[in-house]
Design a protein around this ligand. Sequence first.
Ligand code: 5RP
Length: 219
Amino acid sequence: MTQTQDDNKRKTAEAALEYIKGISIIGVGTGSTVNHFINYLADLKSEIEGTVSSSNGTTARLKELGIPVLDLNAVGDIEVYVDGADEVSPQKQLVKGGGGALTREKIIAAASKQFVCIADESKAVDVLGAFPLPIEVIPMARSYVAREMVKLGGQPEWRENFITDNGNQIIDVHNMEIMEPIAMEKTINDIPGVVTVGIFALRPADVILLGSPDGIITR
Ligand code: 5RP
């Protein structure tokens, strides 16, 4: 990651603070952009009741900074969820899961009233799929799901030596040109053994904040 890219990530994280004003419970995603957001959140921790975390990594970071982490089962709907993305389309649909936290991220996105996606401008694409599409799978289904993905036109690669927070495995599928994200999300989710596909189209973001050297681009 270049210095400019990281600076753009930090700027978009700062811009997200506008969306959490007066909010008591905040959903927190995973990744380097969100880590900047967590640093800003630490300054506001006395003003919030707590957070709902999307990964063990994020939970550890939040707790380290003294920010309370709550169980989703105990809080009901979340007002605002802030998370990054690997790809962002003009329709606010996303590819996520580069950090492997896609399942918990999708659960929190679904349970949230507003999803604010923060990313540097390099994540903006016209068509999703250039970034290898992450799929979390039950370990015994890995090869089967991979063969099904070949039928859908992709080239699956096992993310070796990686276990998700849910005890599952990830395959990253190269060369997918996702022309119909909602249909593709449903098709892949229906393959037995798939826990979650990293297409976020059924529940896209509500707001996209893209950090660029010229400032924040809001969609
Ligand atoms: C983790 C994710 C992240 O949001 C995505 O990988 C973006 O990460 P970063 O902010 O480090 O670029 O989906 O599962």
